[in-house]
Design a protein around this ligand. Structure first.
Ligand code: PLP
Length: 379
């Protein structure tokens, strides 16, 4: 049967929409979506329905999949976040939120009598996930830089020593890119003689940055994480939201369920799974390589430093967490929030310097900020 074509009118509408999107995408400074990608060699795969239904490590009965590539992607990232060689498992998710949901689900199955601790600055998706899972939880204060308040955490852990703690650690908070130090949190457990605990790292943004930095933050499996989630469409760059979740195999084995219908273990949150995004993540790592990723990270940090400095030079008290690509400053005027698509909350705005951002864009943004301030505060 011949598939009918779109009308010229519909085609024109799509073209117009595409042009508008290109224009909008060129002025995103507030959201972490890398745009330095070219996945055109993957376009032919959109002519197929790739479905990685079920567990990535089982060869299910449905063969139109990309599980081989998915496993390579997982292997690469497992190494990068120091997962124990013979004791990790994971899959390519639909994004950070699903990875976090999986991590919390695993934690709950392992520790039914538990409390989840997370800071005030935690991504909005965590409260939703906790609600889905009906888990007991306590919100901990944040420090002004967005990092968890260790004293508040310590005190709260101390009074709840009889209940297994599950730490939902922020490895790059949404507004200020603060990183909770899970090494420091582990020391608290030792100090309080808490033997049973679980740590999940929400490394949506920074999980794809930190492995390529000189100074290592305490966030991965080597530092005590039991599971970790990374977004694929943030620092790595993907036209379709996706992510990676990794967890300790021993723990996963305790909760899997085998399903005859698909010939695979039902280990993942969704049944049918995107078979295209593993190709995207594979492509990104083959193209950049670890060295290329290191360059991207260096570029972003250097440019973030520059942006911070330039904003300060025009009298705006901009600041950055150590090693962050997010530059924070008092809430920008509404017109600029709109023009540059700046995320703004609790009186602060930020820009996130992603790999495709160029110095000229920063200069143009700083000039806008300067001009508006001059207008509002004439000398
Ligand atoms: C983006 C983000 C998430 C959610 O990830 P999605 O990929 O958008 O689902 C969770 N936590 C943090 C810290 C994030 O930055």
């Amino acid at each position: 049967m011949k598939t009918p074509e779109l009308t010229t009118q519909d085609q024109a509408r799509l073209q117009q929409f595409l042009d508008q999107l290109h224009e909008d995408a060129s002025v995103v400074l507030g959201y972490p979506s890398a745009q330095d990608f070219d996945y055109s060699s993957l376009h032919p795969f959109l002519g197929l329905q790739l479905n990685n239904v079920g567990d990535p490590f089982d060869d299910g009965t449905y063969k139109v999949d990309s599980r081989d590539f998915e496993r390579e992607v997982l292997q690469e990232w497992a190494e990068l976040v120091n997962a124990p060689e013979e004791n990790w498992w994971g899959y390519v998710t639909n994004g950070g939120t699903e990875g976090n949901l999986y991590g919390l689900y695993l934690a709950r199955e392992l520790h039914p009598n538990s409390i989840v601790y997370f800071s005030q600055d935690t991504h909005y998706s965590v409260t939703k996930n906790l609600h889905f899972l009906n888990m007991r939880n306590i919100m901990i204060r944040s420090q002004p830089n967005g990092e968890i308040d260790y004293e508040d955490l310590y005190e709260t852990l101390r009074v709840n020593r009889d209940v297994t703690p599950i730490i939902f650690a922020n490895i790059g908070t949404t507004m200020t890119e603060a990183k909770d130090d899970i090494g420091r949190i582990k020391n608290m457990f030792a100090d309080l003689a808490i033997g049973d605990y679980y740590i999940h790292s929400d490394a949506a943004l920074c999980g794809a940055i930190l492995p390529f930095m000189q100074e290592k933050a305490n966030f991965d499996f080597a530092d005590g994480a039991h599971s970790l989630a990374i977004s694929g469409h943030k620092f790595i760059g993907s036209p379709i939201p996706c992510g990676i979740v990794l967890a300790l195999q021993d723990n996963v084995n305790r909760i899997g369920r085998s399903i005859a219908y698909i010939g695979s273990m039902d280990t993942t949150v969704t049944g049918s799974r995107n078979g295209f995004t593993p190709l995207v993540l594979w492509h990104a790592m083959r193209r950049f390589g670890r060295e290329g990723m290191r360059h991207r990270v260096q570029h972003c940090i250097a440019l973030a430093e520059y942006a911070e400095q330039q904003l300060q030079n025009v009298g705006i008290p901009a600041w950055r967490n150590p090693g962050a690509i997010t530059v924070v400053f008092p809430a920008a005027p509404a017109v600029l929030q709109d023009k540059w698509q700046l995320a703004t909350a609790n009186g602060i705005s930020h820009i996130i310097v992603m790999p495709h951002i160029k110095r000229e864009q920063i200069d143009s943004f700083v000039e806008d900020m300067r001009a508006l301030r001059a207008q509002e505060n004439p000398q």
